[in-house]
Design a protein around this ligand. Structure first.
Ligand code: NAD
Length: 346
């Protein structure tokens, strides 16, 4: 497929290739859509097998940001930047300042933040060259993880309501895969709501903390997806819902924070076929992204909390759309975002 055909097939507005040899800087900046506002999306630094792989990743990720931001009601568009990691050691200040200059030339059409391979410290270098950067140390909404966890908790209640007719999680068993920043905070919400917790992590110290804090039961990391639980909450890795795992899942609801939980779109249909309610990942894990409203729109933290709690309604709407149109919930999520992206959409 030619580059223009590829861009056209995904509907991108603009794709910019940037380079600055003195800084070892080579990057692809993708603005997928500014229909709802300036494009927002993180900067990823990776060593790609090929330039084509980097382009495909940037195109795919930037489109996903448009959908995620639209569904979250953030009032912004979607974009993403991919920096091709230089060979060997490199000067991060030089690299990220070059990135800042490239972003600055776009005059605010694209604002970035941290992502895989970047840190708040890198964003400080970007900020030396442009104001179009968020995710800096100690700024705006702070650590997004607690907000992500709160949003997942609310979205899980909506999924429970869709499956069992009640949002109450008291007495429900929830298996959490991954006790990191989000998984731990989610576990605390669930514990306080009276849920019984089953936990797994490759980090034994985190498992021990969860057992002590919540009287949780622990299982081996490779057993958690098939745990005897009402709800499965993937909070570790992408691609965990796949040909091998979906037939083994015993939970009737899957609702967790991990990005790209479905290995492939078809696994959404496979879950629906088994009667499992799947809360689509980019809908339920939008709590963190909503903190961008602090810097973008001047939202107070109380306003952020209201929006994050609104994930209960958003997940409910997406699940209702899926039922109404006979769609797997992942496809309903895309349709939900596309409705918001239409000129007449809300
Ligand atoms: P994290 O790195 O803090 O935690 C991940 C946890 O998963 C770690 O404790 C790790 O030991 C554990 N883990 C890794 N492999 C595992 C395995 N095979 N089995 C069980 N546990 C395993 O990450 P996080 O910030 O808590 O994010 C969790 C997920 O949610 C990620 O997929 C992330 O992309 C996604 N997400 C996070 C946010 C956020 O605000 N942090 C927002 C949206 C999406």
């Amino acid at each position: 497929m030619s580059i223009f055909d590829r861009i056209a097939s995904l509907g991108h507005e603009q794709v910019i290739f940037c380079q600055e040899p003195a800084s070892q800087y080579r990057a692809i900046l993708c603005i997928h859509s500014t229909r709802l506002g300036p494009a927002i999306g993180g900067t990823r630094v990776l060593r790609y097998a090929s330039e084509e792989d980097a382009l495909v990743d940037a195109l795919r990720l930037s489109r996903a940001m448009t959908y995620k931001n639209a569904a979250a009601g953030l009032g912004v568009g979607g974009g993403k930047a991919v920096i091709l990691a230089p060979e060997g050691d490199f000067d991060r200040e030089k690299l990220f300042r070059a990135h800042g200059r490239a972003i600055d030339r776009l005059g605010g059409r694209f604002t970035t933040g941290e992502d895989v391979g970047t840190s708040p410290a890198d964003m400080e270098f970007v900020a030396l060259e442009t104001k179009w950067v968020g995710g800096r140390t100690g700024r705006a909404g702070g650590d997004p993880s607690p907000w992500t966890a709160l949003g997942v908790f609310c979205g899980m209640q909506a999924a429970a309501h869709a499956q069992w007719g009640s949002r109450d999680l008291r007495g429900r068993s929830v298996a959490i895969q991954g006790l990191g920043n989000v998984g731990m905070a989610l576990g605390q919400h669930l514990h306080e709501a009276g849920a019984r917790l089953i936990v797994a992590d490759v980090n034994v110290d985190r498992v021990r903390r969860a057992r002590e804090a919540w009287d949780a039961t622990s299982v081996e990391p490779d057993a958690v997806l098939a745990a005897e639980a009402d709800i499965l909450a993937p909070c570790a890795l992408g691609g965990v819902l796949n040909d091998e795992s979906v037939p083994r899942i015993r939970a009737q609801v899957v609702a967790g924070a991990a990005n790209n939980q479905l290995l492939d779109d078809c696994h959404g249909a496979m879950l629906a076929g088994r009667g499992i309610v799947y809360a689509p990942d980019y809908i339920i894990n939008a709590g963190g992204v909503l903190t961008a409203g602090v810097g973008l729109h001047g939202w107070s933290l109380a306003e952020v909390e209201t929006k994050v709690r609104g994930i209960f309604d958003t997940v409910g709407e997406v699940l209702a759309l899926a039922r109404r149109d006979g769609l797997p919930t992942n496809q309903a999520a895309d349709r939900f975002a596309e409705i918001r992206l239409q000129p007449s959409g809300s």
